[in-house]
Write a protein that binds this ligand. Structure first.
Ligand SMILES: C[S@@+](CC[C@H](N)C(=O)[O-])C[C@H]1O[C@@H](n2cnc3c(N)ncnc32)[C@H](O)[C@@H]1O
Length: 342
């Protein structure tokens, strides 16, 4: 006979309960950013009534909401009221260079409603955006959502620029093409690091207003240009370095191989291709964020999915590249560096 006290062991079940409710946390973080709670506390603590007034919080729910943020480690509560925790002060105050809330803002604006349709995706295999809809074409019709998406994309570009710079000898590189380079943020950061380098940001033409906004007055605007086009069908402009950041995961297998082949053709001998994505571990059983992210890709695209470094190497080998290195990039990504033989 089964023993009820072990069958219904709530302590042992806690990981399951927490997993089931983890959307509470995501949603509370998204709302805190929508209300700009951390911005309101950037200059110091505020008593609850003052904070309610500042961010527009109703008194019926403010105590539970703010105390939940305390329990989550994002606020601290003391004699002077509520204050940002060290973590929130570092990463969740909008406008600071270290701000990473773009991911949660993008989640709130674009992804959270889509994930409610996960079961429909799992039953049908169909993306859950409007029929015939293209995620990016739809996104660029909503400038505020597009800006949030870009903020999220750009969050770790300083770290990425440093890592890419350390992963190869850039001394002979004069021309970089960032394929799917978004509003040009990574191009700007790489050009800033390498005085002899100029960059072409190759992205959809609709990116132009956001590109202009980012690149104008960057101090390197004369060395960063936009090439508006479609990287699936258009030639890649010739280069010494190509960057494929978070683009292969959005394409089907033939298009991935096709892009890698075209990079090989467009590179000068000795040139480098940098590929990074939120790659799955080769054994496909550890990197749960990548595996979940792969489902996220399927929600927005008929063809998108994450992939493993091993699969990436097979595309590079088939094109003729030498793989130089495979290494972690930041907290969630993997960087594969490939070189066209000299
Ligand atoms: C996921 S974002 C990655 C942005 C950036 N490379 C990064 O790693 O943060 C993909 C980018 O590719 C662009 N893109 C998508 N499809 C494209 C296409 N067919 N041709 C050109 N750009 C495209 C999007 O506009 C977007 O900026």
């Amino acid at each position: 006979m089964s023993n009820p006290s072990t069958d219904h062991d709530s302590i042992a079940a806690l990981p399951v309960i927490e997993m089931a409710m983890s959307f509470y946390q995501s949603r509370v973080l998204m709302s805190a950013l929508e209300l700009d709670v951390f911005g309101a506390l950037a200059d110091g603590p505020l008593a609850r009534p003052a904070l309610e007034e500042r961010v527009g919080l109703h008194s019926r729910v403010s105590e539970d909401f703010l105390d939940a943020l305390v329990a989550l480690g994002l606020l601290a509560r003391g004699e002077s009221g509520y204050a940002n925790s060290e973590l929130a002060d570092r990463f969740l105050v909008k406008g600071r260079d270290t701000y990473v809330g773009g991911f949660a803002e993008m989640g709130g604006a674009s992804l959270y409603p889509l994930w409610m349709k996960l079961t429909d995706l799992l039953r049908t295999g169909e993306p859950q955006i409007p029929p015939g809809g293209n995620f990016f074409q739809g996104l660029y019709q909503r400038p505020e959502a597009a800006r949030k998406f870009m903020d999220a994309m750009d969050t770790f570009n300083d770290e990425i620029a440093a890592k890419l710079s350390a992963a190869a000898d850039w001394s002979g590189f004069e021309r970089l093409v960032d394929v799917g380079g978004a509003r040009g943020d990574l191009s700007v950061r790489l050009v800033e690091r390498h005085p002899g380098l100029s960059a072409v940001c190759f992205d959809l033409p609709q990116i132009e207003p956001l590109f202009k906004e980012r690149v104008a007055d960057s101090g390197v605007e004369d060395r960063v240009t936009l090439h508006g086009g479609d990287f699936v069908t258009d030639e890649l402009p010739p280069a010494d370095v190509y960057v494929f950041g978070h683009i292969l995961h959005g394409r089907d297998l033939d298009q991935r191989q096709g892009l890698v082949n075209r990079a090989y053709a467009g590179l000068r001998p000795g040139g480098c291709l940098f590929v990074f994505d939120r790659m799955i571990d080769d054994a496909r059983n550890e990197r749960h964020l990548s595996l979940l992210g792969s489902l996220g890709m399927a929600l927005v695209s008929k063809i998108g999915s994450e992939y493993t470094p091993g699969t990436c190497r097979s595309w590079l080998d088939a094109a003729g590249f030498e793989t130089v290195s495979v290494e972690p990039l930041g907290a969630t990504d993997t960087l594969v560096v490939a070189r066209k033989p000299a």
